[in-house]
Design a protein around this ligand. Sequence first.
Ligand code: SAH
Ligand code: SF4
Ligand code: F3S
Length: 440
Amino acid sequence: MKKLFVETYGCQMNVADSEVVASIMINAGYELTQQAAEADVIFVNTCSIRDNAEKRVRNRIQEFKALKRINPQLKVGILGCMAERLKNQLLEEEIFVDLIAGPDAYRNLPEMINQLQDGRQMANVVLSLEETYDDISPVRLDKNGVSAFISIMRGCDNYCAYCVVPFTRGHERSRNPQTIVAEAMDLISKGYKEVTLLGQNVNSYHWSDSSEKINFSELLKKVAAINPNLRVRFSTSHPKDISDELIETIAETPNICNSIHLPVQSGNNEVLKRMKRFYTREWYLDRIALIKKLIPDCGLSTDIIAGFCGETEEEHQDTVSLMKEVGYDYAFMFMYSERPDTLAAKKLDDDVEVKVKNRRLQEIIEVQQASSLANNKKDLGKIFSVLVEAVSKRSKSQFSGRTDQNKVMVFETNDAKIGDYVRVRALSCTAATMIGEIVE
Ligand code: SAH
Ligand code: SF4
Ligand code: F3S
């Protein structure tokens, strides 16, 4: 049997896509390997979100080139967002790469591989208006068997000025809800305890056909209703679309986790306008206020970009003050990186010096560290329901898992097993982790 090695970069959606790719390839007669050196086919599922994400992949590709020298039969394919963004240019620049396939072309992978003849390269970067891979049962590449991703939609129509995703993933389309529910039920039957529903903007999920019409809140309820022991999470919400109905649904449904990732990007209205985010600071803070009112213990996280085009010191300080006002538990923080073809690349000057971007990023990181630590300290002494996910990285006698609010908790083992829910009292913490003990 031929062996396939898959390596994934980028977001959770890429992780979910690699699971679809693995399934397609296994159906075509391949088996997976964890060792690149023994593979017949290597797929690298790539990310274009920032320049350094692409650089990392380019470096890794050089390592696969060395493997190809040892085994000339080896086929190397570049999948995902870089393949889509660069198209044939990537094949010209990386001449030893055998194929490139964009995110909507994965069904054709086995056929493309079969058609590769010596030295010939193949490319399929056609984007689709319909493809959701809804009939494909992903092969789970995670190791814990507890928590899985379910992709509920693909693409994005928001065209935020800085963002490459609409160009690499194509138009937004939602997946048939019956297939989503079926996938969740299948996961439960295999022992999974948590699913995360994925899309670039899950709030705009919508589906209608002759038998049903359903929005995101309704979909969440449907998935949560399958089994009260299944934890349901979702990612990502665009602030402009997060509805009262969704916040109420989370508040009312015990097994929809009290955790919301709501990327703000900037705390300043002029910057938000330049970013084409279509909400204001006031709107965002109003959404946060409703979340805090209806779900008082809700975990909150965000994404922030430091040094977007034209960002002044005052505008940056608005981001800092918003972070302090919200008090996030966690944040993904980035320096702005201009992406070719985006609106910002075409119309705005990337005029904040790298040195300044970096200083602002450091300031933002420090504010977040303080906020994470303060929030964790507030939780000391409280008891949380934790889903046991893995043996802790640091010590074999410890488990790690997450609370409903998505905080990482580490605790000493008793006779609990991976996949169990345990009650854990938080005893101490760092900014990143809570340390606790199991209570009976
Ligand atoms: N769909 C999600 C975000 C996907 S990309 C959403 O809208 O929330 C993940 C994060 O990467 C974004 O939220 C943003 O903070 C960051 N990002 C996207 N493009 C970027 C760029 N050009 N430079 C720096 N960070 C960027
Ligand atoms: Fe990118 Fe904006 Fe779409 Fe998110 S919503 S993927 S940031 S364009
Ligand atoms: Fe990266 Fe593509 Fe995801 S650009 S963040 S892998 S959608």
